[in-house]
Design a protein around this ligand. Structure first.
Ligand SMILES: [Zn+2]
Length: 464
C-alpha cells in the first residue's frame, strides 16, 4: 500500500513539473529516470508476468497445429482482455503441421545385430519417419559438411552421424549456435545427396546431457527425403568412441513422426491506443508457439509474456502513452515464421498507421544486458542517449545489430529492436526437455520486463 501511494506521489510530481518535452537531455533523463525506477520496483515486487508464466506453461507444448497451440492462443487472448487493453484481435495465418508421433527410438547394434544400448534421440521438426519396422544401417561419422561431401560412395546406404561439437570457447552462445545449427537445418539434404539413408546429428546445444535439442530442418526438391534426428551429447561421445573400435556396429532407428497437411494458427494482438498520436505504432512481441520437448519456458514463453506484461505495467502505473503500443504474440516462429510474415504483410499494407518501432523478446528471460537496434545513425544515437535511464533495469549497452525473426518481417518501421539478456545459459535448454518453468528466475524475467517497458515508454513519449 505504502509503495503504491509513494508511486502515485512521484508520478504526480513528475507530471506536475511538466509533461512536455524537457529543454535539455539531462532534464529528460531525470524525468524518465524516476518513472523507470518505479517500473523496476513494481515489476520486481509484483512478479505479475512470472505468475502468468507459471499458469501459461501448464498448457504444455505449443507447436503449430497442436492442441496446446490453440489453448495458448485462447489463454493470451483472455489475458489481454483481462488486462483491459483497448482492442484485442486474432490474425489468421497458415502454418505447417508436423507431429512427433509416439515412437522415437534408436539402438546401437553389435556385429551380430544384437541391441547393446538404447540411445537418446529427438526427431528433428519436419522430418519424415522411418518405415514402421525401423531402419538399420552402418554408421559413418563426420564432423563437417566438407567431410560429408568428400565421402562419395562410402556414404551409400549408410546412416550419417554428424558429430560436430558446439563451440564452447565462443563467449556469445548465439554465435556458437549459429555455426552448429547448419547441420540440423541442411544436414539431411547433404547426407541424402551422397546416398545416405538417415541422418543423426550431435545435439545443437551447450548442455552436456542426454536431452537432445530438436528444431526445424529442411528438405530440398529433387533430393530424397531421409529421416533425421538429434542424438544426446553424452550418447554422441559414446557412439563416437564405440565406432572407433567397432566400425562394423550398426544403428537401428524407429521414428513415426510425420508431416500432416497445413493448418491454421493465429497471431494474438492487443494494444493500448496512444492518447496523442494513435496512428503512430510501437510493436512489441515474442512468439507463442514452441517446440514440444519442453514447454518453451525461455523459448519463448517468458520473453513473450515480458512484452505482454509491459502493457500491464504501463496500465497499472496509470501511465497514458502518447503513441499506440501494440503487443503481437506471433504464431509459428519455430517452423515456418508464418505469423511474422503475415503481420509484416499487414503492416506493409496498413496505410493509416506509421510504424515507429518494433521490439522483440526472443533470446530467453535471463538478466538484462542490452538492446540490439536496426535503424539509421540518428535514430540509434537518440536511443543510445537514453542508456542512463535504461541502466536502472541493468541495460549496459545499446548497439547496432539485428532485432528478431518476427519483428524483422516488419520492413516499414523506423527502428527494429531486439532485447538481449545474458546468453550463457540459454543454449543449455533451447528446444530441449530442459526448457521448463523452474529454469526461469522471477527477478531476471521481471527486470527484462522493466527494461522493455522503460524503452517502450520512452519511445511512446519521445518518438523516434
Ligand atoms: Zn524463440
Amino acid at each position: 500500500m505504502k509503495v503504491k501511494l509513494l508511486t502515485l506521489i512521484v508520478l504526480f510530481a513528475i507530471f506536475a513539473t511538466g509533461c512536455n518535452a524537457p529543454d535539455n537531455s539531462s532534464q529528460l533523463i531525470q524525468k524518465y529516470d524516476a518513472i523507470s525506477k518505479i517500473m523496476v520496483r513494481n515489476a520486481l515486487t509484483n512478479r505479475t508476468g512470472y505468475k502468468w508464466l507459471k499458469d501459461f506453461l501448464k498448457i504444455g507444448p505449443r507447436l503449430s497445429g497442436s492442441p496446446g497451440n490453440f489453448k495458448a492462443i485462447e489463454w493470451i487472448k483472455n489475458k489481454m482482455k483481462e488486462i483491459g487493453l483497448d482492442s484485442v484481435w486474432l490474425q489468421e495465418c497458415k502454418v505447417p503441421h508436423w507431429v512427433r508421433g509416439n515412437v522415437e527410438k534408436a539402438w546401437l547394434l553389435n556385429n551380430k545385430g544384437e541391441k547393446i544400448k538404447a540411445l537418446h534421440i529427438a526427431d528433428l521438426g519436419g522430418s519424415i519417419g522411418t518405415p514402421p519396422k525401423g531402419l538399420t544401417g552402418n554408421v559413418v561419422e563426420v564432423s563437417s559438411f566438407e567431410e560429408l561431401k568428400m565421402l562419395g560412395p562410402k556414404a551409400k546406404n549408410k546412416i550419417i552421424f554428424f558429430n560436430e561439437k558446439f563451440d564452447y570457447g565462443e563467449v556469445n552462445t548465439f554465435i556458437a549456435y549459429s555455426k552448429a545449427v547448419k547441420k540440423r537445418v541442411y544436414g539431411a539434404i547433404e547426407a541424402a545427396k551422397v546416398g545416405a539413408k538417415a541422418l543423426l546429428i550431435r545435439t545443437v546445444g551447450s548442455s552436456y546431457d542426454n536431452k537432445p535439442h530438436t528444431g526445424n530442418m529442411h528438405y530440398a526438391e529433387n533430393v530424397k527425403k531421409i529421416p533425421a534426428a538429434a542424438l544426446g551429447a553424452i550418447d554422441s561421445d559414446y557412439l563416437s568412441s564405440v565406432l572407433r573400435h567397432h566400425p562394423d556396429y550398426k544403428i537401428k532407428l524407429k521414428m513415426n513422426c510425420k508431416n500432416l497437411p497445413d493448418t491454421i494458427s493465429y497471431n494474438v494482438i492487443g494494444e493500448l491506443r496512444g492518447s496523442k498520436f494513435p496512428n503512430e505504432v510501437i510493436v512489441i512481441g515474442g512468439h507463442l508457439d514452441c517446440w514440444d520437448k519442453g514447454v518453451g519456458a525461455h523459448d519463448d514463453g517468458a520473453p513473450a509474456l515480458q512484452t505482454l506484461e509491459t502493457l500491464d505495467l504501463i496500465k497499472r502505473l496509470n501511465l497514458k502513452p502518447d503513441r499506440t503500443i501494440r503487443c503481437v504474440l506471433f504464431a509459428n516462429e519455430e517452423n515456418g515464421l508464418n505469423g511474422g510474415k503475415t503481420f509484416g504483410k499487414y503492416a506493409a499494407n496498413d496505410k493509416n498507421e506509421k510504424y515507429i518501432a518494433a521490439i522483440e523478446s526472443d533470446r530467453g528471460a535471463f538478466t538484462p544486458r542490452g538492446f540490439s537496434v536496426k535503424a539509421n545513425k540518428n535514430v540509434l544515437k537518440k536511443i543510445q542517449s537514453w542508456l542512463p535511464v535504461l541502466n536502472n533495469a541493468l541495460i549496459d549497452w545499446i548497439k547496432k545489430g539485428g532485432s528478431g525473426a518476427d519483428v524483422g518481417q516488419i520492413k516499414n518501421v523506423i527502428a527494429s529492436i531486439g532485447y538481449v539478456p545474458d546468453t550463457q545459459r540459454y543454449m543449455d535448454l533451447h528446444h530441449s526437455a530442459n526448457d521448463t518453468f523452474d529454469k526461469v528466475h522471477p527477478r531476471e524475467m521481471e527486470l527484462g520486463t522493466a527494461a522493455i517497458a522503460t524503452l517502450v515508454y520512452l519511445i511512446s513519449q519521445e518518438g523516434l
